[in-house]
Design a protein around this ligand. Structure first.
Ligand SMILES: [Ca+2]
Ligand SMILES: [Ca+2]
Ligand SMILES: [Ca+2]
Length: 205
């Protein structure tokens, strides 16, 4: 009887031990699962962060201007050293840089450009023209009407009936310079300002 009871007790102990062992195994499996889930979450968060960093660096590259261009607002500008007729200036902007002659939308953009023109001390072609209809000034690339303007007093003058292209005057080098716009004969040779959006990629070839 005692022996039998001892046997039972041993069995009970064994079962209890097994049970504890199983609970322990179960708990550790659960802990491993949780650890794994935590790890996956961590890795996911980390790769999201890496992705954001990569995107941010792309944004940085995209928002910059290529060599020879100056950034202002959402545009990059190139002030040429060579001189061209107005049409060849536009073609140079397109073919060399994937850009166009600058289009001046507002006072902020104009102020930025005339400051640069003041420093450089030359007159520059920009994209305005009235080639299609005399007196109707349009921007070449966007084909939009010239709304904001800072014409030199008495201009556009259409002197000789043949002034259809827009330049930013260099201020004649007199006193405090204040470059203003002038209409000029399109076949004159001038430096020129190219403009392209910071998000446009450079056209090669
Ligand atoms: Ca512009
Ligand atoms: Ca004209
Ligand atoms: Ca004029």
């Amino acid at each position: 009887m005692v022996k039998h009871s001892k046997y039972d007790q041993d069995n009970v102990n064994k079962e209890e031990h097994k049970l504890h062992h199983n609970i322990h195994v179960y708990n550790s499996i659960n802990a491993t699962r949780k650890h794994r889930a935590d790890l996956i979450t961590e890795v996911t968060e980390l790769s999201n962060k890496v992705l954001l960093l990569v995107l941010a660096s792309f944004e940085l590259v995209e928002g910059q201007c290529t060599d020879g261009f100056i950034k202002h607002g959402d545009s990059c500008y190139h002030f040429s050293h060579d001189t061209e007729t107005w049409l060849d200036a536009e073609l140079s902007c397109q073919q060399l840089y994937g850009a166009h002659l600058a289009e001046i939308e507002d006072a902020t953009e104009n102020n930025f450009l005339i400051n640069e023109v003041n420093v450089l001390g030359f007159s520059f072609w920009v994209g305005g023209n009235d080639l299609q209809v005399e007196g109707e000034w349009k921007w070449f690339s966007s084909k939009t009407a010239v709304k904001y303007s800072t014409w030199h007093p008495g201009n556009p003058s259409n002197n000789g009936g043949d002034e259809n292209c827009m330049e930013i005057l260099d201020g004649d080098g007199k006193g405090p310079q204040k470059p203003l716009w002038n209409d000029k004969q399109c076949h004159a040779y001038q430096r020129y300002i190219c403009e392209k959006s910071t998000t446009e990629s450079e056209i090669v070839g």
